[in-house]
Design a protein around this ligand. Structure first.
Ligand SMILES: [Zn+2]
Length: 415
């Protein structure tokens, strides 16, 4: 009997010891993250919530704003009077101006299931994410809310048969990626000239709202093979802004010179309205004037090709450059042009000399800038940095590049 007790006590001590060791081990190691329960789609009970509102007691009316439809047309039939609509519009102003309710937008009315059929809620969707809830039950309560956005890392790859857009569409990737890729490689690949057999691999973020794609997020990495040459782009966040670099940490961007003249005086800015000194009338000035002595060299503000080198009565002698599929620049009132159409120029090359040909009061260059075919004020453009990665963060960049490169290498190209 004694022996048996002894064995029980030994057994208990051992067991206790085991738990103590287990406890020490557990508390000594890092906390184990809880394992997420697998989401099983078909076991989800149908939600009785809509916009976080219990909808059991409501008739749900969902529609889109039609032409000439305003709050009054929508809400009057549901026992909401003009006074309430007016109060709602006033109260809503700091949150959402109801005059901005637009044709084609979705709205929902929650109508009480009784004989009166009064609207208790009006919900207006500003876009796929933002919506406004008007609680009309008592005093009006207005809330601006957001649907949760889920970001997923996606990959796409393909061999180009017709256009990049078409190839992306066929590979079931978001075709809007084509625009993003064209932008990243604007200075290295002419996307109007991509050819059959070019291929690409891309790692990117896609945003989802309610399981539906809501758009492309950040592009993480791209390999684009054009005429059998691979162009690589790795996204790297610098002070909250993602810039793209090649495998050697060089920026994929090419900067513009701030001005086409080395030394100059800004004499007239880009404006939609100015008094024209020669024509003596108010008109838009879609360029920036830099005054300098006649004969001062005018430089190409970035690499490009000459697409115009001619004369008109207004422009005088002028040169126009195309830099890539996005940017074009033009230089007016030259005394002499220095380049012919078709010539490739490098940033800083002299393309002409300051003069006052055409409609000009004195020697200056009128510098004009196009972005995607639209004239813009280059002084207000936020050009991406063209600097290579700075030495202090190069090591971190290399680490990120290597992991992204490994991911790219792992992608199988869909034929
Ligand atoms: Zn001008």
């Amino acid at each position: 009997m004694k022996k048996k007790l002894k064995w029980i006590s030994v057994g208990l001590t051992a067991l206790l010891g085991f738990f103590v060791v287990l406890f020490i081990l557990k508390s000594g190691s890092k906390p184990v993250p809880p394992v997420a329960a697998p989401i099983v789609q078909d076991t989800i009970v149908p939600a009785k919530l809509l916009y976080d509102i219990e909808i059991d007691s409501f008739e749900v009316i969902q529609s889109t704003i039609k032409k000439n439809e305003f709050l009054a047309n929508i809400l009057l039939p549901y026992e909401i009077n003009y006074g309430t609509i007016d109060a709602l519009a006033k109260k809503s102003k700091p949150i959402f101006d109801v005059r901005r309710i637009a044709v084609g937008k979705n709205y929902t009315i929650l109508v009480r299931k009784d004989s009166i059929r009064k609207a208790d809620y009006f919900i207006y969707e500003i876009d796929a994410v933002d919506y406004i809830v008007y609680d009309l039950r008592d005093s009006i309560i207005i809330e601006r809310k957001k649907r949760p956005i889920e970001t997923k890392i996606q990959t796409a790859s393909g061999v180009i048969n017709s256009s990049l857009y078409q190839t992306l569409k066929e590979s079931k990737a978001n075709p809007y990626l084509a625009v993003k890729l064209a932008d990243i490689f604007a200075w290295s690949i002419d996307f109007y000239r991509i050819q059959k057999g070019d291929w690409f691999k891309v790692i990117y973020e896609e945003k989802f709202v309610d399981g539906k794609s809501f758009g492309i997020g950040e592009i993480k990495a791209v390999e684009f093979n054009h005429f059998d040459k691979s162009f690589l782009a790795f996204g790297y966040d610098i002070k909250g802004k993602v810039e793209y670099y090649d495998e050697e940490a060089n920026s994929l961007r090419k900067a513009f010179l701030k001005s086409p003249l080395k030394f100059s005086r800004l004499s007239s800015r880009f404006t939609m309205r100015r008094f024209h000194p020669v024509q003596k009338r108010w008109k838009a000035h879609l360029g920036t004037d830099y005054a300098a002595p006649r004969g001062t060299p005018i430089m190409a503000t970035s690499d490009g090709v000459v697409i115009k080198s001619s004369y008109t009565r207004g422009n005088g002698k002028f040169v126009k450059l195309s830099h890539n599929s996005v940017y074009e620049t033009q230089y007016l009132h030259m005394s002499k042009r220095n380049v012919k159409v078709g010539k490739q120029v490098r940033q800083g090359d002299i393309i002409g000399y300051v003069g006052s040909t055409g409609l000009a009061t004195g020697p200056h260059v009128c510098y004009r800038f196009w972005k995607n075919g639209k004239q813009v004020d280059h002084l207000r453009e936020d050009f991406p940095s063209a600097e290579p990665i700075s030495p202090d963060i190069k090591e971190a960049f290399i680490l990120k590049r290597d992991s992204l490169q490994a991911n790219l290498d792992g992608l199988v190209i869909e034929q």
